[in-house]
Ligand binder design. Structure first.
Ligand code: ADP
Ligand code: MG
Length: 446
């Protein structure tokens, strides 16, 4: 993003928030004249405008710019005559090609752990009991056995939940332990960023000090030779010191595309356990416990029906359950079995046959925008959100890889996609309107 693009995006946001008159009075003929070490210099036509922006709009301008670009620290204002045409649109950020990952604020937590994932709300059944037992052994004696532990299984079967629970539980039992949860993709972004910033030593130091390193979704290694090399050395260092390492993947290490042999053999030397599809009893136990956590009531008869007919992943099971809970809230009453049957009938048709284009069409129709806009580069607010939601759903529900999503949606860098995904994921925990929208969208993918 260069300075001109940054300012245009900012103006687009500002315009939305102000009256037309205010916007044109104070923001016409402004520009970014310079970006230097985190300071954005906004050029304005005269002293009067400068004072006004400082007193009235400074924090808004700053926030808007920061939301658009993580490198922005402060804003200064200066009077600039030729401010319509700054000489050069310099890139904003340390280097031009540097990918960067902007984590949503609440996820910048040092250890990457989300306290909502615990063993307390993790249901154990035949499909995951081995993985659970290994996880328990690890929280009892981190680093002592099962090192590395490698958990694999299809998407939505509880890998992240289990890994996060291990991290949270170790932290609880061993408050002095440095626990760190990340994904291979984040690790890779961190590595590339450190390289570009000439901070590779900091990077190495940071990761080598952990007592417990948890790395999720390592199936996305292909094409990341440098990251794999770094991971290999890091692994050896930690492993020699009996630091606990845990990985997850959607496949057995022997089937991960592009995984280096030496890493593969390290994984094979540890403990490899799969999580399979939950059986009926487990599905029933899961939906029952989820309903208990919610404030709504669903009869056991209905829960049995749900557990019986939704045979996919736990994530799908949760999706259907949420749809039912939502409907029951909308209607303000308990759902009848017959209604649930109808709902599920509409929901459970195979999702697999739906194309990426269809998904984007559904999302854009839902938000009342042209689907073409999702594919192009516009940053209009009414487009940005649907696009981010589309990215989120493609990743979360359809397992499309970040790079593939980026490529399809206007040639965006995969780090942008990661950011969008994480933003929506995060917003979903706090924004009931968004929750409802996503639930409704999911019910449309039939
Ligand atoms: P994965 O990482 O394998 O794709 P997740 O860990 O994200 O799957 O799980 C998908 C959803 O299902 C999450 O909301 C998670 O909390 C829930 N879930 C998974 N396994 C269990 C379980 N054993 N008990 C209760 N909820 C579970
Ligand atoms: Mg996961």
């Amino acid at each position: 993003m260069n300075t001109r693009e940054l300012w245009q995006s900012a103006l687009a946001e500002i315009e939305l928030a102000l009256s037309r008159a205010n916007y044109s009075t104070w923001f016409k003929n402004t520009s970014i004249v310079k970006f230097d070490e985190g300071t954005v210099y906004v050029g304005v036509p005269n002293e009067f405008v400068k004072d006004w922006l400082i007193t009235k709009y400074h924090s808004f301008i700053l926030k808007t710019l920061r939301d658009l670009n993580e490198h922005v620290r402060t804003v200064e204002y200066c009077i600039s005559k030729s401010n319509d045409n700054p000489k050069k649109d310099v890139e904003v950020g340390p280097t031009e090609k540097q990918p960067f990952l902007r984590l949503p604020f609440s996820e910048t937590k040092e250890d990457g752990l989300n306290p909502k994932y615990t063993f307390q709300n993790f249901i154990v059944g035949p499909f995951n009991e081995l993985a659970y037992a290994a996880a328990q052994a690890i929280v009892n004696h981190p680093g002592a056995q099962y090192n590395p532990l490698f958990i694999y299984g299809g998407t939505g079967l509880g890998k992240t939940h289990l890994l996060q629970s291990v991290g949270n539980e170790i932290k609880r039992r061993f408050p002095d332990f440095k626990v760190f949860y990340t994904s291979l993709e984040r690790f890779s972004v961190d590595y590339v960023n450190s390289m570009h910033a000439n901070k590779i030593n900091n990077f190495k130091e940071k990761y080598r000090k952990y007592d417990v390193l948890i790395m999720d979704d390592i199936q996305f290694v292909s094409g990341k030779e440098k990251t794999q090399e770094e991971l290999f050395y890091l692994f050896n260092t930690l492993h020699e010191q009996n630091k606990q390492i845990i990985f997850s993947s959607d496949k057995h290490p022997n089937f991960i595309l592009g995984l280096e042999d030496r890493l593969q053999s390290r994984f094979n030397a540890g403990m490899i356990i799969d999580i399979s599809q939950p059986d009926f009893e487990s599905r029933f136990a899961i939906v029952r416990s989820k309903v208990k956590e919610s404030t709504s009531f669903i009869s056991d008869e209905i829960l049995e029906y749900v557990a019986e007919s939704v045979q996919g992943s736990i994530r799908e099971l949760e999706g259907v359950l949420n749809t039912i809970l939502m409907q029951s809230q909308l209607k303000g009453r308990v759902m009848q079995l017959q209604e649930v049957k109808q709902l599920i009938k509409n929901n459970i048709k195979t999702k697999k046959n739906i194309s990426l284009r269809d998904i984007i069409k559904i999302v854009s129709d839902f938000y009342g925008i042209e689907d073409a806009a999702i594919y192009n580069k516009t940053r209009r607010k009414d487009i940005v959100k649907p696009r981010q939601v589309a990215m989120y759903l493609l990743r979360e529900d359809f397992d499309v890889s970040y790079p593939a999503i980026g490529e399809t949606l206007g040639g965006r860098d995969h780090t942008t996609v990661i950011h969008s995904y994480e933003k929506i994921k995060n917003d979903l925990t706090t924004d009931p309107v968004l929750m409802k929208e996503v639930a409704e969208l999911r019910s449309l993918f039939t």
